[in-house]
Design a protein around this ligand. Structure first.
Ligand code: PLP
Length: 320
């Protein structure tokens, strides 16, 4: 798995959040972590509800603007936590540009590469210090395992992370490792199909009368398009969109698909649909990471693209 990220070191964990927690243990009370203002809800919860009471400070910032980041850099920052593309708005962050600012200030750069996978993006080559994965998603790929992974080059940092993992015990079960490695064997062919199916769906959603905005990094009007085109080999299997009919319309769409299953999680062979505001991102309500309530997120699977497009088209006929 480390070799896929081009990394010297790899550590496998019981879950993505266990891997994240192990990285956050590099911080001490009084240190600050900067996190993108559009991060995975669980990452936000771990930092703001578990680590903040122990004295780790955090600030949610707009990482799409490296100049503003440099100009507003809090002096106590030791780590920048970056996700690209982000969940669920699919914002893309220029890893190289953010790493340059962070390294100027002596901070570590952690990149959550769960959405892109090493097939589409290799952050260590762009200046990241640590890559984090939830292996529960694309790496496993079959919705039957929970796992996490860290990849990094620095020998001393790897030794510290290994010590903490062994001391705190967030290790994976052997059978779960077997399942993730089985998934990784088909990662390349799955990712190609996830991407081409996502493109077919985006083509249908763009210009659909019930749809307000389609969020997909390949679209030239997507705010993350330039960064994605620069650092990704393709644009991924996650698609989000907002509905003109607001919350009510979003809830009708997620209720009426038949091929897409209404569920959290993502990155597996089967297509999933969800309402981030009431499901994956409910814990971000009222925070800087709150998401629009008309938002629907798709994890596009590897089924027939015609079936997926037809299913969404029929679900969209139910919008008020
Ligand atoms: C799911 C997810 C995680 C957490 O992983 P678990 O394996 O569920 O603990 C972290 N980051 C991202 C982007 C995720 O989608």
């Amino acid at each position: 798995m480390a070799s896929l990220e081009g990394a010297r070191h790899g550590l496998a964990f019981a879950s993505g959040l266990a891997a994240e927690d192990n990285v956050l243990r590099l911080l001490s009370p009084g240190d600050r972590v900067l996190l993108g203002n559009d991060a995975y809800g669980g990452t936000f919860r771990l930092i703001s509800k578990v680590w903040a009471p122990l004295g780790v400070a955090w600030t949610a910032v707009d990482l799409t603007d490296p100049d503003a980041l440099a100009a507003n850099w809090p002096a106590d920052t030791r780590m920048v936590w970056l996700e690209t593309p982000t969940n669920p708005l699919l914002t893309c962050i220029d890893i190289e540009a953010v790493a340059a600012v962070a390294h100027d200030h002596g901070a570590l750069v952690v990149v959550d590469n769960t959405f892109a996978t090493p097939f589409l993006q290799t952050p260590l080559a762009l200046g990241a210090d640590v890559v984090v994965h939830s292996a529960t998603k694309y790496l496993g790929g079959h919705s039957d395992v929970v796992g996490g992974f860290l990849a990094l080059d620095d020998d001393e940092l790897a030794q510290r992370l290994r010590f903490t993992q062994n001391a705190a015990g967030a290790v994976p079960a052997p059978f779960d490792c077997y399942l993730v490695l089985r998934g990784v064997k088909t990662l390349g062919v799955r990712m190609e199909r996830h991407c081409s199916n996502a493109r077919a769906i985006v083509d249908m959603l763009v210009g659909h009368p019930a749809v307000d905005r389609v969020l997909y990094p390949q679209l030239p009007d997507h705010p993350g398009h330039a960064a994605a085109a620069k650092q990704m080999r393709d644009f991924g299997g996650m698609v989000s969109f907002t509905l003109r009919g607001g919350l009510a319309a979003a809830l009708e769409v997620v209720k009426h698909t038949e091929v897409f299953t209404l569920a959290e999680s993502l990155g597996a062979v089967e297509s999933l649909i969800e309402h981030p505001g009431q499901m994956t991102h409910a814990s971000a309500a009222g925070s800087p990471l709150e998401v629009p309530d008309s938002l629907v997120r798709l994890s596009v699977g590897i089924e027939s693209s015609a079936d997926l497009v037809a299913d969404l088209e029929q679900a969209l006929t139910h919008t008020p």
